[in-house]
Design a protein around this ligand. Structure first.
Ligand code: IMP
Length: 427
């Protein structure tokens, strides 16, 4: 019966793919509940590396049903090419289910995402340019196009016409771009209908039935807590709710059904795009974290901004998501530092502040207060149990657990499937 939620506890890219994939063997359904192809999961299976953007990482586990929930925004061309890429590598994708209520990303969303960013200049958000924000904006404005609209040509035509009515004015008059003929969009999207039809289902109904049948359902968030449109570093956020509440609205599974909320927390911090980041490093240490941690975006190829672990953020994620467990990732990246600074609180305008401030201005001014923990130099990638870790690595994990106010149940010590220490069962 367990329903589990997996959320990024920082700014995304915490290594959720590894965690979902690890659990994927024992869960029956893996559902993505928000975001779109702005996400990027890298999953390593044996000597094969897979970069997934839109598909739930459970697609790589043979006995698992991957589901794209109603809260996701789908770029159909990207979805079909991701599916084709996996099929070419021998992955069975036939079990995929897609919610008919999920919204679509269209060419005008992509264009608007890029031009509006350009017009923001220095104030730009640093979006992935995939049309995510404009597609969610249309959903909220009630002029979005849903997957189910692909199967009713006249409705699709009406909706695309209505959406382009004002968008073409904006494209032409405000952004000096060419108008987009509705007919071209309709033709292109009708072409996707039959290819997607076999996957489309009432996913909320199926998932609730699965839970009643005693199946294990894992809800997988994209991005992370600090990129949440309500709880993140607004406006430098994505346009959906990666936090655990989004799992309910984005799948149709009610909160009373959720048994576990697992936060994925990197042993240090990264972020892509603009916005505040108190522990960001601009020195050799930052460069070393980027190099050793391979901190380059899976989706955009942008270098990630890197910094030390930020405990107020971890506590914030514990609180906002109601975390029951933490999966600590990439501990191995910290091997070799003599001392590892950990941010335990902030200094804001001369005062010590223990928690993430609600005021954005304060957060922009937050300076990290560090405590230095002793490092380790031993290779930890072969460690199978907590006791296999060198004492200083154990102490680092224990300190993070205490500071985060949530138990650490799994520790990633390398990129491969098996390079994980399980301290407590996640199921
Ligand atoms: P958007 O989601 O493309 O609108 O981008 C909004 C913000 O979220 C930007 O700062 C992006 O860099 C960031 N973002 C979106 N998806 C991810 C992700 O999967 N990992 C990390 N950052 C992301």
């Amino acid at each position: 019966m367990p329903a589990l939620v997996l959320v990024g506890a920082q700014w995304g890219d915490e290594g959720k793919g590894k965690a979902t994939d690890l659990l994927g063997g024992s869960v029956d359904y893996v559902v993505r509940y928000q975001g779109g192809n702005n996400a990027g999961h890298t999953v390593v299976v044996g000597d094969q590396k897979y970069a997934l953007h839109l598909l739930p990482s459970g697609i790589l586990s043979p006995n698992c049903v991957p589901v794209i929930g109603n809260g996701v925004v789908i770029d159909p061309a990207v979805l079909l090419s991701e599916l084709a890429g996996l099929q070419d590598r021998g992955v069975d994708t036939s079990k995929l289910l897609i919610s008919g209520n999920a919204h679509l990303i269209t060419p005008y969303h992509r264009t608007l995402d890029k031009v509006s960013e350009r017009f923001l200049g220095k104030r730009k958000i640093g979006t992935t340019g995939r049309g995510i924000g404009p597609s969610y904006a249309d959903k909220i404005n009630r002029i979005g196009i849903r997957v189910q609209d692909l199967f009713d040509e006249s409705i699709l035509r009406q909706k695309v016409d209505a959406a382009l009515n004002d968008k073409n004015q904006i494209l032409v008059k405000l952004y000096n771009r060419r108008a987009m003929p509705a007919e071209l969009v309709v033709e292109e999207y009708l072409g996707y209908a039959e290819k997607l039809r076999p996957f489309v289902a009432d996913t909320a109904l199926l998932l609730n039935q699965a839970l009643e049948d005693g199946k294990v359902v894992l809800m997988e968030g994209g991005q992370g807590t600090l990129l949440d449109v309500d709880h993140g570093t607004y406006p430098f956020v994505t346009s959906s709710n990666p936090t655990s509440g989004g799992a309910c609205t984005g799948t149709g599974i009610g909160p009373t059904r959720i048994d576990r909320v697992i936060g994925i927390l990197k042993a240090y911090t990264t972020r892509v795009g603009s916005g505040p980041f108190p522990t960001e490093l601009f020195d050799e240490d930052g460069e070393a974290l980027r190099r050793i941690g391979g901190e380059r975006g899976v989706t955009t190829g942008r270098d990630r901004r890197c910094g030390w672990f930020d405990a107020p953020i971890a506590r914030y994620a514990t609180r906002i998501n109601g975390l029951t467990d933490v999966f600590l990732t990439k501990l191995d990246v910290l091997t070799g530092w003599e001392e590892i600074p950990v941010c335990v609180a902030y200094e804001i305008d001369g005062k010590r502040v223990e928690e993430v401030p609600f005021s954005q201005t304060d957060f922009h001014h937050a300076k990290p207060i560090y405590e230095k923990l002793p490092g380790w130099s031993e290779d930890i990638t072969k460690a199978q149990t907590f006791d296999d870790l060198p004492k200083n690595a154990q102490d680092y994990v224990k300190a993070l657990e205490e500071l985060s106010r949530c138990r650490i149940s799994a520790i990633g010590v390398g990129p491969g499937r098996t390079e994980t220490i399980q301290v407590h069962s996640l199921l």
